[in-house]
Unconditional design. Structure first.
Length: 111
């Protein structure tokens, strides 16, 4: 895991508004890909609004034609009533490294 931590740098964070939530936060990271390029990674954190059929212990890859066209990947999971939404244009491997650092469940399903 230490090897991955060197590839992820915290950039900043603040309040934001995730749809269907009353309050949420946005954490911004730079993930360094194998070529040394920085790729934006955003993690949105909010109380789980219960809109998506999410179960604890599972990370869901969200299907979105708009995000797919832009090259972005969306992953969401819940833990203890909190919803985490990871958004990035990073590769699947880099997104996996970021999810590992954030203790996202390793079991993946598609929505």
């Amino acid at each position: 895991m230490e090897e991955n931590q060197e590839q992820i740098r915290f950039y900043g964070g603040g309040d934001c508004h995730v749809p269907e939530t009353i309050q949420s936060g946005h954490l911004r990271f730079d993930a360094i890909d194998p070529n040394g390029e920085a790729i934006s990674v955003s993690l949105f954190i909010a109380p789980d609004p219960g809109v998506l059929p999410l179960e604890e212990g599972v990370t869901y890859r969200l299907s979105s034609s708009a995000c797919d066209a832009a090259g972005a990947r969306l992953f969401v999971w819940v833990s203890g009533g909190v919803q985490y939404l990871l958004v990035s244009e990073a590769s699947d491997k880099t997104c996996g490294d970021v999810r590992d650092l954030m203790d996202a469940p390793r079991r993946i399903k598609q929505i």
